[in-house]
Design a protein around this ligand. Structure first.
Ligand code: DC
Length: 231
């Protein structure tokens, strides 16, 4: 059965881990929308684009092509034909990505691509505005959250595993700053969709979180099948 699964939530609360787990279990595609905002930010940094200059932003957006490829079972983000999966996770990108994602022209360009990628459904997408703006008709909507210290430790481990050195305090500060900017921006702020289910995974293992989400998905599939039989 072909569904759209939307996962939103604060920075580093395990959205991508859950989304990848669901995509694998259900044989769905995974759409990492944060990677797209990160790729735009990387382009701005590498090309000296002033994100406060609307003309420069519009011009830059015309030269940005982002796509995903699966390499050895992993999602890789490509910016203008170059694999930037590692570069987009660097702290210099994390430090600027939230301000860049407040720009409406950037959001319009990304959301249009994301909607196109979801046309065939069978997709798990994670981000900040998935259940509210990108796929408001998603059949399953999850809003993830977790304690900020737990999120900081997870991010620290994730970066270390990628060989990126960053200290705990600056990671924590960055997470809180991004949460604040992402939740208070004028254009599509991070908020729980009215029909989303909240999962606080502070005390949950990855397996427990995945199990809860899969239960929701299977319940939704069963409900849809029953509806079709009644019709
Ligand atoms: O999920 P992430 O931490 O990689 O996302 C990086 C930033 O991108 C995040 O701080 C806000 C922005 N973002 C967004 O505005 N909308 C999305 N759908 C996904 C990410």
């Amino acid at each position: 059965m072909q569904l759209i699964i939307a996962i939103d939530g604060h920075s580093s609360c395990g959205k991508s881990t859950l989304a990848k787990g669901l995509a694998k279990a259900l044989h769905y595609a995974y759409l990492d929308t944060g990677a797209m905002y990160r790729a735009v930010t990387l382009y701005f940094l590498d090309h000296g684009i002033d994100h406060n200059n609307p003309d420069a932003v519009d011009e830059a957006l015309r030269h940005i092509e982002i796509h995903f490829e699966r390499l050895q079972g992993k999602n890789h983000t490509f910016l203008n034909g170059k694999d930037v999966e590692r570069d987009i996770r660097e702290m210099r990108v994390s430090a600027l990505v939230s301000p860049v994602s407040t720009i409406s022209a950037v959001r319009r360009a990304m959301v249009a691509q994301q909607k196109a990628m979801g046309l065939r459904r069978s997709i798990v997408a994670d981000g900040r505005d998935i259940g509210t703006v990108v796929f408001p008709d998603a059949e399953v909507k999850i809003f993830l959250t977790a304690d900020v210290d737990v999120r900081t430790s997870r991010r620290h481990l994730e970066l270390a595993a990628r060989g990126i050195d960053a200290d705990w305090d600056s990671i924590r500060k960055n997470l809180l700053e991004r949460d604040e900017i992402d939740s208070t921006r004028a254009d599509s702020p991070l908020r729980k969709a009215d029909d989303a289910v909240v999962i606080d995974n502070t005390l949950l293992s990855e397996e427990e979180q995945l199990e809860m989400a899969l239960d929701m998905v299977y319940a939704r599939m069963t409900a849809s099948r029953k509806q079709n039989v009644v019709k």
